[in-house]
Each structure stands twice: as structure tokens, then as C-alpha cells.
Design a protein around this ligand. Structure first.
Ligand code: SAH
Length: 488
């Protein structure tokens, strides 16, 4: 196999970035715009030592799971990867991905997984679920203003004001902002030259409250005719907060550090269960409110609280899980690296009258070992919800020393989850329940919730973490290579 060869391929899997995977001459071939079960011809566009990238040429026999995407720009847009796959097939794919990673990376036997894995929690309606949208603003070749989403792995904006994953309200808000820009001759920011003013429009909409926050990210301090824009936006029902975010850096990071309130409150509010959360422009907040309730409900169930337990919630963000658990626990401690998130967490605890929570700012891998060494902290239950890279070894080691009866692990990457679970299970814990939750229908990521129970204090001789981290290097190398490959 070499560059420009046209090969025949059967798609067997989907990569973590949403590319179809087939095999030829023992090598994995990644092909965009394909679905598991497709038989295709593909032209090889990039060859690596152990894998290759192909471009879809002809669909010889479409997968039975293929459907017509609902969105007209699904193929070009980098936002969705699985729209051409039937929703039940998406759920099967995600469940299998978790199972395969637990088997392949975690080394858990299939028999064990069949016993502990429960059916994935899917959505009844897998569209219009996102409570947050971030539209980049730009200019097309004819000089017209465009707003939408980036094409996969590029910074080309696909003009689309009504993403089918977002709320209906986004469209009208965008039209108002673009119209204001046209009338006042305000330029969109151009990241190549660093000139122009408006970079992004971020919109948040409360699922239960209907409160709307509009945050305009600009390369400057002020927008011409701000009061006119405010006048038009505040006619929309639900408008709660209009904020200017100042970002003058030449960076991919969307939001800058400084906010200026144009109108209304500095935050919007929403509920998860009966807890009310105030959310500032820069705070992390789960984007799928319907599934978040199910996710947190499952965490609560797995935690099995009776009202007296001491719980640690590591990687707690704005304390959403901490507060959700606090009503049924004796005491909850949260740890989070972002100081603003902890400020939100403290405010939210007070606003909900929850006095039994305490929050610490810092890295989990520093705070937990330090507190254990100096204060001998303990826990009945530890909940962890780390970013994609999973937990660092000092976090896992300290958890093992603290010896909680139960650990509830919430993960957004089942590969690092598998690595960490193998380590914990080598240190006296056992898998009791595993349940995937679909937080991102049409996207290829999957969230998993795991309940571990302590069986013994014995530590197995095998240092699984180190052994598996070699696997992980391989895994990330492939992932990064996928990102590098520009596929038009
Ligand atoms: N449990 C929260 C947030 C989960 S997202 C929720 O459900 O909303 C993961 C969080 O981990 C983010 O808020 C991120 O800022 C934080 N984080 C990332 N690295 C960290 C580290 N080393 N130590 C502590 N927190 C970290």
C-alpha cells in the first residue's frame, strides 16, 4: 500500500476523533465520512509507519446503520462526527467502545464486564440538547459576515446559524448581532492578521429557567453603539445577561480573562435536580442538561449515601456534583484547579443553603496527598471526574491510602479510565457497576460512570499504571496524528 493507491475497505470501527477505521495489509486505515459497516473504496492520502489515512471515493455497499444527516452541513462541519449513523447504532458503538477499552487497556475479562456493565443511558430526542454554543464570527471570500462552526481540524468557518444540536434561540440572537455589525460597519476578527473586532458569540440558555446569557468576545474594549445592540437583544424573552469578554491575544482559546457587563446580571442560572446553579461566562458547566441530571442521578445512586458519610469530590468544577451529593452526605470536600470555578462553587453552596461543603483550589495531585500527609484526611466515598487525561498516580495512590469503601469514577475518556481502573483494582478495589451515558449525541465522545468497592487492603505486585501508560503513549500518538492529517 502506498500514497495515491485506491483500495477496497470495510469499515469496522470509529476512532476517538470520529474517523472510520478499516484494515488493509494489517494496517489501520482512517477514512472520514464513513460509518461502521460501510464497504468503500478509498484513496490513500497519507502513509505512516503503522497506519494510513484515506479519502472516501465510492460507497460500494452502505452500512445498514447509515441515515441521511439532519443538518445540511453535517459533512463539512467539525462539530458532529456521527450524524450519518442511526442513533441506536451510535449508542451501540459507544457502549462497545467502553467495553473494548476496559478489556484491551484495562485487562478486565469479558465475563466480568458482562456482569457489571449496564445498558448505556441514551436520549429520547438526540437533537437540540446543547445549552451552550460558541459561534466564531468571520468574513467569507466575498467579504460577507459569516457565523457558524469550524470545519474539522481547520479554522474555516462553515456558515450555519441554526445548529441542530443547539437551542432555537441561537439563530435569532446571531442574526441580531450580525445585523448590528453590518449596520455599524463592525469587522469580524481575522486571526491571520490579528485585525478586526468581533471574535466569537457565546450563548448559554438555561434548560429549566429559560434564562439567556449572550457573551460577545471582542478584540478590543468596546463595541460601537453598544446600547443599540442591548436594546434589540433585550426584546428577546429570557434575556438575563449580556457580557463583553475582552480577548486581545493571538490564541485559539475562545474567552479572554476580562469581562464587562453590558446589561443584566453577571451570571445566568439553571437547575440540576432541585439545586440552583449560578453560572459565569468562564465557568465549566455540563452542556447537556437532560443527560446531566441522569449522570448525576447515577453518581448519587452509585455513591449509596445515608446522610452521614464524608465525601471527597475531586476535579469538582463549580461544585455541581458536590452540591448534588451534599444533601445526602455528612460532609463534602471539593477540589478544583480553576479559582473562578471554586468562587462559583462557594457562592452556589451558600445560595442553596448548604453548609456542609468545603472547597479547595489546587491540583488534585497536590492537594490530596498534602492534606493526607498533614491532616490525615479520610473519606467514606470518593467521587472523581477528571479531564480526558485521567488521574495522575499521586491521586490514585492517596485514594488507595485513604481506603474509602466506595469510589465513583466519572470519566470522559474510557481509555484513561481503563488504565486508572486497572491500577485501583490492583490495589484492593473491585468493579461493581459500570454505566455509559451519552452526553454528546452525534459526537463520538462517551461518558462513563463506574462504581468501585473496596475488597481488601492487599496491593498486587503488578505495577499496572506504569505498564499501561506505555499503551497510552501509543494511543495518544495515534490521536495526535489524526489531528495532524488535514483531510478535505
Ligand atoms: N465535576 C464537574 C467538572 C468536571 S470537568 C462537573 O460535572 O461539572 C473536570 C474539571 O477538572 C474541570 O473543572 C477542570 O478545571 C478540572 N481540573 C483539570 N485538571 C485538574 C487537576 N489537576 N486538579 C484538579 N482539577 C483539575
Amino acid at each position: 500500500m502506498k500514497k495515491d493507491d485506491v483500495i477496497q475497505l470495510k469499515i469496522e470501527d470509529i476512532s476517538s476523533e470520529g474517523l472510520g477505521i478499516g484494515h488493509q495489509e494489517g494496517m489501520a486505515v482512517f477514512v472520514k465520512d464513513t460509518v461502521i459497516g460501510d464497504e468503500i473504496t478509498a484513496k490513500i492520502i497519507k502513509m505512516k509507519k503503522t497506519y494510513a489515512f484515506g479519502r472516501l471515493m465510492e460507497l460500494l455497499s452502505p452500512s445498514p446503520d447509515r441515515v441521511e444527516p439532519v443538518c445540511p452541513v453535517a459533512r463539512q462541519c467539525g462539530g458532529c462526527q456521527l450524524q450519518a449513523m442511526d442513533y441506536p447504532a451510535q449508542l451501540r458503538f459507544k457502549e462497545n467502545k467502553v467495553k473494548n477499552n476496559l478489556m484491551r487497556i484495562g485487562g478486565f475479562p469479558e465475563g466480568v464486564l458482562e456482569r457489571v456493565m449496564e445498558p448505556i443511558i441514551g436520549m429520547k430526542n438526540p437533537f437540540r440538547y446543547r445549552n451552550k454554543a460558541q459561534f466564531p464570527i468571520g468574513t467569507d471570500r466575498e467579504g460577507r459576515l459569516v457565523a457558524g462552526f469550524y470545519a474539522g481540524h481547520t479554522h474555516c468557518i462553515i456558515d450555519n446559524h441554526d445548529c441542530v444540536l443547539g437551542v432555537k434561540e441561537n439563530e435569532e440572537i446571531l442574526e441580531i448581532v450580525l445585523d448590528h455589525m453590518r449596520r455599524c460597519r463592525i469587522d469580524a476578527y481575522d486571526e491571520r492578521t490579528g485585525r478586526g473586532l468581533v471574535r466569537h458569540v457565546m450563548i448559554r440558555c438555561g434548560y429549566h429557567t429559560g434564562q439567556i446569557m449572550v457573551c460577545l468576545v471582542i478584540n478590543g474594549k468596546k463595541l460601537p453603539e453598544e446600547s443599540l445592540l442591548v436594546q434589540r437583544l433585550t426584546r428577546l424573552p429570557g434575556m438575563t445577561s449580556i457580557v463583553i469578554n475582552i480577548n486581545r491575544e493571538n490564541t485559539n482559546v475562545i474567552l479572554g480573562r476580562e469581562n464587562r457587563l453590558l446589561w443584566g446580571r453577571e451570571y445566568m442560572e439553571d437547575f440540576i435536580g432541585d439545586i440552583k446553579y449560578q453560572i459565569s461566562p468562564r465557568s465549566f458547566y455540563q452542556v447537556n442538561p437532560v443527560q446531566t441530571e441522569k449522570l448525576y442521578g447515577t453518581v448519587l445512586e452509585f455513591a449509596g449515601l445515608n446522610g452521614s458519610e464524608t465525601v471527597w469530590d475531586l476535579y469538582c468544577g463549580i461544585g455541581t456534583i458536590s452540591l448534588f451529593l451534599a444533601k445526602q452526605a455528612g460532609k463534602v470536600y471539593g477540589v478544583e484547579i480553576v479559582p473562578e470555578a471554586i468562587a462559583d462553587a462557594k457562592r452556589n453552596a451558600a445560595a442553596n443553603g448548604l453548609g456542609n461543603v468545603e472547597f479547595y483550589v489546587g491540583k488534585a495531585e497536590d492537594v490530596l496527598p498534602e492534606k493526607y500527609r498533614t491532616e490525615g484526611i479520610r473519606a467514606d466515598v470518593i467521587v472523581i471526574d477528571p479531564p480526558r487525561k485521567g488521574c495522575q498516580k499521586p491521586v490514585l495512590d492517596t485514594m488507595v491510602k485513604m481506603a474509602p469503601d466506595r469510589i465513583v469514577y466519572v470519566s470522559c475518556d474510557s481509555a484513561t479510565l481503563a488504565r486508572d481502573l486497572a491500577y485501583l483494582c490492583g490495589c484492593g478495589y473491585e468493579l461493581e457497576r459500570v454505566r455509559a451515558t451519552d452526553m454528546f449525541p452525534m459526537g463520538c465522545h462517551v461518558e462513563t460512570i463506574v462504581k468501585l468497592v473496596r475488597k481488601s487492603n492487599r496491593k498486587s505486585k503488578l505495577n499496572t499504571y506504569v505498564k499501561l501508560s506505555l499503551d497510552m503513549e501509543d494511543y495518544y500518538r495515534i490521536k495526535n496524528a489524526e489531528g495532524d492529517a488535514k483531510i478535505e
